[in-house]
Every structure is written in structure tokens, then in C-alpha cells.
Design a protein around this ligand. Structure first.
Ligand code: SF4
Length: 224
């Protein structure tokens, strides 16, 4: 006669599949207006992920660089926050950073898709794209150029300008996108409080109608 012991609660707990919820390091989330770029002035919910190794000297979110300084949040919490923002009028979600592509965004995008808001990505493009986005704003950096395939799929190419070499870089990025068969909206954005950057952008855009000026309206307005 075989003896089959009843499973105990402890053994059931050990055998149950784990209901782990994927997490991502988050600097902040907030509902505001998109401050810059093609969608500037529109109501958006921002998810700022932690971690960036690109190291721009003029970066205005250096607090985001060390990802382990920031708590990991379950994706389900981010989905809930997006739901609340949608009910409060947000028209789209911006995944930004830091450099969000340092993380695998597949799960985040999959779960956010159920909320029905377009997902936008703000990236320097140094890593491959994960997840699915309705809008990709590629902001390439001269000292750490993007992966070429990201120039092929971005919708918006936004180059920050401080000095003349940034204009040459912007032109080379636009040419690479065109060569790859892409026609993103081309934007030049003066570095914050860079008088030289402002002058360069104004002069360039005035004589190059294929380019547009992008201003960081949120900084001018003193909002987040
Ligand atoms: Fe800052 Fe963005 Fe440059 Fe990273 S890529 S250093 S977050 S400006």
C-alpha cells in the first residue's frame, strides 16, 4: 500500500508559480505638459526611468544617472498611475530618463498598451529599442552617437546645440536618417541658457527651412 501524504500549506506555497511583478528604477512620474519637441504644449504623463551612462556635460537630470539610487517600482504601479493620468486628461505617455533604453521596455510597453494612450520614447539612441512606441524622439549626442538602426525608425530627430560642431553633427545625423530611408521631423534645440546655442539655432533654422526650432518651454515657464 502506498501512502500519499496530503500537501501541506507550506509545500503548496513552495510549489506555486511565483507571481513576480517586473520592476523598473524610477526617478519620478508626473502629469504635466510636454515642454519641448513636436508634441510640445500637449498634456502628457511622464515616467522618468533611472540610469544613464551617456554622460552629457550639460545634462539637466544628473540625478537620474545612478540607477541604484532610485527605488524600483512594479510596472503594475506605473500602469495604475497612467490610468489615473489618463482620467485626468493626459493625452500620451512619455518614457524618458536617464536613458530609458538601458532597460528592457518590452513588459512596460505591453502593460501600458492596455490603457490606450500613445506611448512616446525620449532617447539618445545608444541602445537598441525595446517595446513598441507610437512616437520616438531621438536626441543623439555628439560624444556618444546613436545606433544606426535608431536613426531609421525615429519620428523626431532633436539635436541640442551649444557650439558650431553641434550643427555639423545635426546635419550628419539627418543625412544618416535620410540615407536609411527615414524622414523624421528635424529639430534644433538650444542648450538651456546657452546664448551661443540660441544664436546658432536661430540663424540656422532661418536659412534651412527643413529644420524647426525646439524650445524647452517648461523651463521658460518654470514648470516641471
Ligand atoms: Fe542626461 Fe540624457 Fe545625456 Fe543621459 S543622455 S546624460 S539623461 S542628457
Amino acid at each position: 500500500m502506498s501512502i500519499t501524504s496530503k500537501p501541506t500549506l507550506t509545500s503548496l506555497q513552495l510549489q506555486s508559480p511565483q507571481t513576480t511583478d517586473a520592476t523598473l528604477p524610477v526617478v519620478e512620474t508626473f502629469h504635466s505638459l510636454q515642454g519641448e519637441g513636436v508634441h510640445g504644449g500637449r498634456s502628457a504623463f511622464f515616467i522618468r526611468l533611472a540610469g544613464c551612462s551617456v554622460g552629457c556635460q550639460w545634462c539637466d537630470t544628473k540625478v537620474s544617472w545612478p540607477q541604484f539610487n532610485h527605488p524600483r517600482e512594479p510596472i503594475s504601479s506605473l500602469v495604475q498611475a497612467v490610468r489615473e493620468a489618463r482620467n485626468a486628461g493626459a493625452g500620451f505617455v512619455v518614457i524618458t530618463g536617464g536613458e530609458p533604453l538601458h532597460h528592457d521596455l518590452t513588459d512596460l510597453c505591453c502593460q501600458l498598451e492596455t490603457e490606450g494612450l500613445p506611448l512616446h520614447l525620449e532617447t539618445s539612441g545608444v541602445d537598441g529599442i525595446t517595446g513598441r512606441f507610437a512616437w520616438i524622439c531621438l536626441s543623439p549626442k555628439r560624444h556618444h552617437p546613436p545606433r544606426s538602426e535608431n536613426l531609421q525608425c525615429c519620428h523626431e530627430l532633436k539635436v541640442v546645440v551649444h557650439e558650431p560642431d553641434d550643427l555639423s553633427f545635426a546635419l550628419s545625423m539627418a543625412a544618416a536618417a535620410t540615407k536609411a530611408g527615414n524622414r523624421p521631423t528635424l529639430l534644433l534645440q538650444p542648450g538651456w541658457q546657452s546664448t551661443a546655442g540660441q544664436r546658432l539655432c536661430l540663424d540656422f533654422v532661418r536659412s534651412n527651412p527643413g529644420w524647426q526650432l525646439s524650445l524647452q518651454c517648461h523651463k521658460w515657464l518654470g514648470i516641471r
